[in-house]
Design a protein around this ligand. Structure first.
Ligand code: SAM
Length: 247
């Protein structure tokens, strides 16, 4: 009999295919974080009646989107991603939900897309592994826009790379992460993927990108959020939730 975990993974492999399997192999914590984003959104949905408007930032190939779609049938999702190659794959993987009116796509960059969404109109803004890619100044603007579009009581849910405040401990964690990439990707002879991950990591770790925990949580508080929580820290990954206070 299949365990609950393997059923979930089989479903993701079936819908997303190789992209999911490779990510799961290189960075199992990343696929786990998408699942946690879905779980958190599902907890929110359980306390409400009727459909919920969800905005997803950086849908990529659709892994987090699928986690959200399967978390609750109340969700009507707008998935934003400004990289057409990634979004085309998500459209292919998730066409069933798009055809059912549960999912729509937007190809604008996150800030432009948010600028075009009405104030107090969205129940949940969810994301995984997107905000850490932003320049810190752009991220600050995005967080302010997320706050504006959420309705009072609405929730921000982000599973992402939140740098450790202890810089030495952070460096050790990254060194361990890099060793893991070499181990897995040399074993399956995917040196092109290894190069891509290491090159990308230099951007993630650069001073104007790294999303350090204390700074990120202060940024949410400065934007007006309350109930700000960082949970499920798994190495450099963590789940952050925050609520827009009711009037
Ligand atoms: C690492 S992927 C994460 C995909 C998915 N959420 C997951 O966890 O598997 C990050 C995605 O964010 C998108 N992205 C990066 N910067 C963006 C921006 N400024 N606006 C919209 N999407 C962006 C990228 O194109 C990419 O598809």
């Amino acid at each position: 009999m299949m365990s609950e975990k393997s059923q979930y993974e089989a479903m993701f492999s079936g819908v997303i295919g190789q992209d999911y399997e490779l990510l799961n192999l290189i960075c199992p914590l990343a696929t786990k974080m998408s699942r946690l984003v879905g779980d958190k959104a599902s907890e929110y949905a359980a306390q409400t009646i009727g459909n919920l408007n969800v905005v997803e930032l950086g849908g990529g190939t659709g892994i987090t989107t699928l986690s959200l779609l399967t978390a609750s049938d109340k969700f009507i999702i707008l998935s934003i991603d400004n990289e057409p190659v990634m979004q085309e794959q998500a459209k292919k993987h998730l066409h069933k939900w798009e055809a059912d009116g549960k999912l729509a796509f937007c190809g604008d960059d996150a800030l432009t897309a948010l600028n075009n969404i009405a104030t107090d109109s969205i129940d949940i803004v969810a994301s995984a592994y997107t905000l850490h890619n932003f320049l810190d100044t752009y991220r600050k603007d995005v967080i302010q826009e997320v706050f504006r579009i959420l309705r009072p009581g609405g929730q921000f849910i982000n599973g992402d790379r939140y740098g450790l405040d202890d810089v030495s401990q952070h460096t050790q964690t990254i060194q361990h992460e890099v060793s893991g990439y070499f181990k897995v990707l040399t074993q399956i002879n995917k040196l092109d993927v290894l190069e891509h991950w290491i090159v990308h990591l230099f951007s993630d770790e650069s001073e104007n990108h790294v999303m350090r925990e204390a700074v990120a949580l202060t940024q949410l508080s400065d934007a007006g959020f309350s109930n700000i929580n960082l949970t499920n820290r798994l190495e450099v990954n963590a789940l952050v939730t925050a609520t827009k206070p009711g009037y």
